[in-house]
Design a protein around this ligand. Structure first.
Ligand code: FE2
Ligand code: FE2
Length: 378
């Protein structure tokens, strides 16, 4: 099977690279070329050689440059980095912070096919890149569910980025993502969804896509009305929005978290809730169900959860449903073939979590997904 071509991310800012890389990886594999600070004109040749040696030009579907074409040294460096791709007509998208007309002219002179602001949303980047990826035979367009998974991932990426930057969360994108996901799962089933999501590299995106997919499939299987499926799926999509404010080093840490990191991690439920309230979430834009799920999805029926230690009847049904899907996702580890538990082992552990989860809903969940086990066989 031929490997899909990659997106080449060219940057001079290693700090920005991880966040952009994790979003672009939702569309296509990403390779990176990090330019050093421009050397004196005498030393430019050294940088050029390093850039050329790193990337086989035929493997690249599109280039995304996060380097402002400003200053003679930098422009030479970029020209040199792009040169190997000129004959292939590899399309270049330049992202420039507050681009001036002069920047745009310079970027076009370097071969850029499009110029966008560096703060563009992931969805806008995807819209610019997709025609090029399709032309390159990329994997981003291999079926409706595949495109739907990428769209939902991009909406989650934008939502978490907005949480990190303290900017407004666009509910329209969440509403669209929920519609897209419900339609894809109703059409192709939860298996197809989870198979695609298991390929998402970023742990947080993968988790949010898995939990919300399970919630959507559960709601559909229980025969909820279209409106209720929609509201519940939206709430599930946003349930971990507070994680957008947590550093990637903590979110992606493989070793157990220390006490301070654990406190930060556990804070995501109240942080996410407060962030939505601060945006005017008490009005119709963020409905009460979403606020409830975001704040309380780590509460347990025995009152030992967080952040408010709610117990029993104080925990609503939507929260109970999302909590079951959340625990299940954590137990199966999103990538069962690697380290998580098999579905039936996860069910068994959840049934033994005395007094934590809603037993009636858990029985329904087990029945729905025992008939159609959520994870495809390895
Ligand atoms: Fe959470
Ligand atoms: Fe979660």
């Amino acid at each position: 099977m031929t490997q899909p071509k990659s997106i080449l991310l060219v940057t001079a800012d290693p700090e920005r690279m991880p966040s952009l890389r994790r979003s672009l990886a939702l569309l296509q594999p990403v390779r990176t070329l990090c330019l050093a600070e421009p050397l004196s004109l005498d030393g430019v040749g050294q940088d050029e050689a390093a850039g050329h040696a790193m990337v086989p030009d035929g493997d690249i579907a599109a280039i995304v440059s996060l380097v402002a074409p400003r200053g003679e040294g930098r422009i030479r460096q970029l020209r040199s980095a792009f040169e190997p791709f000129r004959l292939q007509h590899t399309p270049i998208l330049c992202l420039i912070a507050a681009p001036t007309q002069r920047d745009e002219v310079q970027a076009r002179a370097l071969g850029a096919a499009a110029v966008l602001g560096a703060d563009s949303s992931c969805r806008d980047l995807a819209a610019a890149l997709r025609p090029w990826l399709r032309d390159a035979g990329g994997s981003s367009n291999t079926g409706a569910t595949s495109a739907a998974a990428a769209d939902v991932g991009l909406a989650i990426a934008d939502m978490l980025a907005a949480a990190m930057q303290g900017s407004c969360i666009t509910m329209q994108a969440v509403v669209e993502a929920s519609d897209i996901m419900l339609e894809a799962i109703a059409e192709d089933g939860i298996h197809a969804w989870l198979r695609l999501v298991s390929n998402v590299d970023d742990r947080t995106y993968r988790h949010c896509m898995t939990v919300s997919g399970l919630v959507a499939a559960f709601a559909l299987a229980l025969g909820f009305s279209h409106t209720d499926c929609d509201r519940l799926t939206r709430a599930a999509l946003m349930h971990d929005i507070g994680k957008g404010t947590i550093a990637l080093e903590i979110l992606n840490k493989a070793a157990p978290l220390d006490a301070q990191e654990l406190a930060i991690m556990r804070g995501h439920a109240s942080v996410g809730h407060d962030l939505l309230v601060a945006q005017g979430a008490h009005d119709a834009q963020h409905e009460a169900m979403t606020l409830d799920v975001v704040r309380h999805h780590h509460e347990t029926l025995d009152g030992m959860g967080y952040p408010d230690g709610l117990a029993g009847g104080a925990i609503s049904d939507p929260v109970r449903i999302v909590a079951i899907c959340d625990v299940f996702t954590t137990l199966i580890g999103c990538r069962p073939s690697q380290s998580g538990l098999a579905g039936h082992d996860a069910f068994r552990i959840m049934q033994e979590m005395q007094g934590k989860l809603d037993t009636h809903l858990l029985a329904l969940f087990s029945r729905v997904f025992d008939r159609a086990p959520p994870w495809p066989p390895p």
